[in-house]
Design a protein. Structure first.
Lengths: 201, 201
């Protein structure tokens, strides 16, 4: 059966992006370091590179918050086509949760950005339909992940825990008290610790 | 060579104790759940029980903050002999960092509480001397761990990451920005993820 998986890179102190996110630094100060592990494979095959390469495996649709598509003043600007270049690393439909209606934006390589203005449950219904028998992946940011976790709509939280302390930024864990997790797969490396948690109901 | 190891159980959101610590709940609300993994072995042998049983292996002396010895209004009361009963689970000298001088308190089983009033470096010198060729373990709380980490005096951070979200309490990661860690041993279980980090200089 298909699952809803929330996959995030997170610092030891629980931030999925650093302080002062901007057009120049969409992940905030030092936020890019959260994702260093995914590019370490440029230097040759590693377990991390293998995990990074399998990022979209079995994923039939993505959901993301509007900040992952664009900065607040650009998201409804027709010339803005996302942070991700002309061939974004998704290759399937991506549902962006926003307050600004916009026609779908087809990109190269199969990615199509769809804009959902009627809430997280509607976005999930649409993503599930687009994904068919494949999984739906929630890619962040923190607020979007929190909303889905609080609503009990996530089956699995897949974390890449980077061994850095950011000290500020977008915190993942706010408001998630009482949710129980069960780690069921752990893959270590010197760069990051990959942990899959079942979200218990 | 002997090492300085900081060993802590921590929640997903980075707390080593819950909200509202008190005489009745020294670990705060839900804080005891951080340590559930260590007692799971009561039901039979597990990897967690094995790790818990090896807690003091190779440790020749402990260092702890005063809250780990007693509540603020009791620590210099001669009738207060710690939270840990007459035979505390240390069995070697324990150096308590405090502002209140007090004669050493010998307990059953080899534990002796020593009270250090001239700072963390002095406590470490005394603990190293007591430990000889064995390791010194810093057992918390958060503030004591932070002070040693910030001072560059810790070789290893050994975390037991409990899959719970406390939402408040004593946070480990405050003020530790810029310190680099390297995970070098990870032992998974459904109850907790044990991660040993080298603290890089």
């Amino acid at each position: 059966m298909s699952s809803v998986i929330c996959q995030l890179s997170v610092s030891l102190d629980g931030f999925v992006a650093g302080r002062d996110q901007s057009l120049e630094e969409p992940l905030g100060v030092d936020g890019e370091r959260l994702h260093d592990w995914a590019f370490a494979g440029d230097a040759g095959p590693t377990r991390d590179a293998d995990i990074a390469a399998r990022h979209g495996e079995g994923v039939g649709a993505y959901i993301m918050g509007r900040n992952m598509f664009g900065p607040p003043d650009r998201e409804s600007d027709p010339s803005w086509r996302g942070w991700w270049g002309e061939d974004p690393p998704y290759h399937v439909p991506v549902f962006v949760i926003t307050h600004h209606p916009r026609e779908p934006v087809p990109m190269e390589g199969g990615t199509v950005f769809h804009f959902v203005t009627d809430g997280i449950e509607s976005a999930l219904v649409q993503a599930r339909e687009a994904a068919g028998s494949e999984n739906v992946q929630i890619s962040g940011g923190a607020s979007t992940a929190q909303q889905y976790l609080k609503a009990g709509l996530v089956d699995e939280l897949y974390l890449h825990v980077a061994p850095i302390v950011l000290g500020g930024g977008e915190r993942l864990w706010d408001g998630l008290e009482g949710i129980r997790f069960e780690p069921y797969e752990v893959v270590p490396s010197p760069a990051v610790t990959h942990i899959r948690y079942r979200v218990l109901r």
